[in-house]
Ligand binder design. Structure first.
Ligand code: HEC
Length: 121
């Protein structure tokens, strides 16, 4: 009986632990990446898109930036953020970005014109 409990317990602990994807998603927002790369990691005309890109490429880019090697002047913006990441955080974030399967939030992009009111206030 004891053996069974000892076997089951780590299994439950593993199941309860957040996946690398979920950890990466949390980090993406808590580290402020969304501020430049967008809430859907879609990028802008200045900041590169990150979602759906290859994990190996994102990892090597991040590690290069972390060691203060940037190829463009814009990279200077990114370096301080990369410098705060540990290897395991980079692993989680790049898992999140490469496997990206979030639903796009339409609300964020479309102006809400449903708020026309009923004329009384
Ligand atoms: C202040 C704005 C800013 C923030 C915040 C920021 N980045 Fe960046 N990031 C950039 C810029 C600018 C580049 C492009 C650098 C270059 O041209 O080499 C970049 C490049 C990257 C790249 C390489 C992509 C490519 O195609 O070259 C990755 C990966 C990346 N950022 C991930 C992140 C992650 C993860 C975070 C959060 C920890 C983050 N960024 C936060 C501005 C930002």
């Amino acid at each position: 009986m004891r053996k069974i409990i000892l076997l089951i317990f780590p299994m439950i602990a593993l199941m309860a632990a957040p996946s690398a994807y979920e950890q990466g998603k949390k980090l993406y927002f808590s580290k402020g990446c969304n501020g430049c790369h967008g809430i859907s990691a879609e990028g802008t005309n200045i900041y590169p898109a990150l979602a759906y890109r290859r994990k190996a490429l994102l990892t090597s880019k991040l590690k290069r930036l972390r060691s203060k090697q940037g190829d463009t002047q814009l990279a200077q913006l990114m370096i301080p953020f990369a410098m705060k990441l540990t290897d395991s955080q980079i692993d989680a974030i790049t898992t999140f970005l490469s496997e990206y399967y979030e639903q796009k939030s339409k609300k964020h992009y479309e102006p809400d014109d449903s708020n026309t009111g009923d004329g009384s206030s």
